[in-house]
Write a protein that binds this ligand. Structure first.
Ligand code: 13P
Length: 257
């Protein structure tokens, strides 16, 4: 795949207090004085750790993202953070619509409002989608994912679609150690690209980045990242272990042919 930039993103989820986050960020900054050409590295710590991690990785080629965002700019929204607040703390990306948040009640309409707000503010949204095991076994994976994407991207303009990253995270593969096979992941990511092609254009479909997430680790990353429609990984557990995360970054850098 010539000229493909792969994004290797760590979603730390609700792990690491401030001291632990500082330690992990220091270890990553030390392990990654530079990243291979064609690879971008991102970490998404808990909100409470963002400022600390920002300070620690400032000199390293590691981008910073949030795990969630709110669509309003300011006001009486207890517990939420706006796009501009996250940007002021150093974030350039934000994960939106992770299945763990959807399980807490986040709807497709919420995801859509967040995607639009992030784009408006200049944050890169990483919009997550994924099916349950029941949906996969019922043979409705493609329809389900297409629906999540259409609803999540509602109102996203032709000009802005290229700044959206889509992460395919089958729910049955998250934190279970049960990874989608490279073929399974490729098949859905290819379908996601086809949905974007239909909604926008072939050019935009080719330009957009699609990540795979779900038990990606240092052992299986190479094969997953070698798939033509997989443009990177969204990594949970393995992103908390510097050696494993660095191995995944190295796997992204290997020639696939
Ligand atoms: P795991 O890598 O721990 O399965 O988590 C994946 C994920 O949900 C990343 O957002």
């Amino acid at each position: 795949m010539p000229n493909r930039t792969l994004l290797i993103a760590g979603n730390w989820k609700m792990n690491n207090d401030v001291a632990e986050a500082a330690k992990l960020a220091d270890e990553l900054a030390q392990a990654l004085p530079e990243v291979p050409a064609g690879v971008e590295v991102l970490v998404c710590p808990p909100t409470i750790d963002i400022t600390t991690v920002h300070d620690r990785i400032q000199a390293a080629p590691i981008a910073l993202g949030a795990q969630n965002v709110y669509w309003e700019a300011k006001g009486a929204f207890t517990g939420e953070s706006s796009c501009d607040m996250l940007k002021s703390a150093g974030c350039t990306y934000c994960i939106i619509g992770h299945s763990e948040r959807r399980a807490m009640g986040e709807t497709d309409a919420d995801v859509n409002a967040k995607v639009l707000a992030a784009l408006e503010a200049g944050l890169v949204p990483i919009m997550c989608c994924g099916e349950t095991l029941e949906q996969r076994e019922a043979g409705i994976t493609d329809e389900w994912i297409a629906m999540q994407i259409k609803l999540g991207l509602n109102g996203v303009s032709e000009e802005k679609i290229r700044r959206v990253i889509i992460a395919y995270e089958p729910i049955w593969a998250i934190g279970t150690g049960r990874t989608a096979t490279p073929d399974q992941a490729q098949e859905v990511c290819e379908n996601i690209r086809a949905v974007v092609r239909k909604l926008y254009s072939s050019k935009n479909a080719r330009a957009i980045s699609i990540l795979y997430g779900g038990s990606m680790n240092d052992k299986n990353a190479f094969e997953l990242l070698a798939q033509p429609d997989i443009d990177g990984g969204l990594i949970g557990g393995a992103s908390l272990v510097p050696e494993k995360f660095v191995e995944i970054i190295n796997a992204a850098n290997q020639p696939t042919a």
